[in-house]
Design a protein. Structure first.
Length: 336
């Protein structure tokens, strides 16, 4: 009888252990399933590599993280860079769709347009787009109405030319170099040209078709103008040192439109922080992921202000005196 009791106890214990084991396995499977369900995908498409756009990309990732979405934990970031090739941007847009991206982020106008052409269903956040209406990405900034919203970095052209006038009060002619293939660049130049002419300046515009034109065009512009004005232009940014090499030879200052380009050799700007623009874009992407917003009903975030930044070392190299009234209000940086 004792043997039967012992055997019964062993069988009962085995049943209990099997039940506990099965429960634990089931819990693990459930936990794994829940983790898998929580993992979302963010597809980021960047037009080309240069410091400004790289900062925006890093800002997007930081903005997502600040809102609780971190790569490898609860989101998977799929990042692709078209390196300035439109055909690559088109194929990469499809690749990001094939990866079942829950939200797409386009860094620079060509990348955002490629994503827009690829899908009318998936939510798209355009990051730091200078003229989203002119580019055909949205019809209305307050009421986008489709699957696209994001950040519109409206370059503070009036502030920039006010500052340029203080730095170069004797200037009569300004040279504006831009890429003929970039809508955002042409839009900014149109605004800058109008303002400069209102200020009594003669404007000479120089369109480049590729970065291969920069050296020759810069040489010509330096001979014909008092200083150069550069818009937010990805083609120029990708070969900016070539421009600076030529302008330095001619001792002509280059007034830029992006903050980090002052450190790279520009004389000054009233520029927008590219990283912060990316952060704002990342936060908008996070709002889509957590269901707080939908592109169709989310107004475009228009950022139309900037910070005064001066490269004092470059000013000394070129023999330019920075007025005290400007210097005291500006961030003074050194060249890289």
């Amino acid at each position: 009888m004792k043997n039967k009791g012992i055997i019964g106890s062993i069988i009962a214990l085995a049943v209990i252990l099997i039940g506990v084991f099965a429960y634990q396995m089931g819990s693990r499977q459930t936990s794994a399933t829940e983790t898998k369900e929580e993992m979302r995908t963010v597809g980021i498409l960047q037009f080309i590599s240069h410091p400004s756009l790289d900062q925006i990309k890093n800002g997007v990732i930081e903005g997502l993280k600040e809102e609780g979405y971190e790569d490898g934990k609860n989101i998977k970031i799929e990042f692709l860079n078209g390196q300035g090739d439109q055909s690559k941007l088109n194929s990469m847009s499809q690749q990001l769709l094939d990866k079942n991206s829950d939200v797409l982020v386009g860094i620079a106008t060509p990348a955002a347009k490629a994503l827009a052409n690829a899908t009318s269903d998936k939510p798209i956040i355009m990051s730091a787009i200078s003229d989203p209406i002119g580019a055909g990405l949205v019809k209305d900034l307050k009421h986008p109405g489709a699957n696209i919203t994001g950040v519109n970095n409206l370059t503070p052209v009036d502030q920039q030319l006010d500052m340029a006038k203080k730095l170069f009060p004797e200037a009569k002619t300004v040279g504006m170099i831009y890429s003929s293939s970039e809508e955002n660049s042409k839009s900014q130049i149109d605004r800058a040209e109008k303002r400069a002419k209102n200020d009594g300046l003669t404007v000479k515009k120089y369109a480049i078709s590729s970065s291969n034109d920069i050296a020759q065009i810069t040489q010509q512009a330096c001979q014909e103008t008092d200083y150069l004005y550069i818009p937010q232009d990805n083609t120029i940014a990708s070969a900016f040192q070539t421009m600076i090499n030529e302008s330095d030879k001619a001792k002509k200052p280059v007034f830029v439109s992006v903050d980090n380009m002052v450190k790279e050799g520009g004389i000054a700007t009233v520029g927008q922080n590219q990283f912060k623009l990316g952060v704002e874009s990342g936060k908008m992407a996070a709002d889509v992921l957590n269901g707080k917003s939908k592109p169709a009903t989310t107004p475009v975030n228009v950022i139309d202000y900037g910070d005064m930044i001066i490269n004092e070392e470059k000013a000394k190299e070129l023999g330019i005196t920075i007025p005290a009234s400007v210097k005291e209000k500006a961030e003074v940086v050194k060249g890289e």
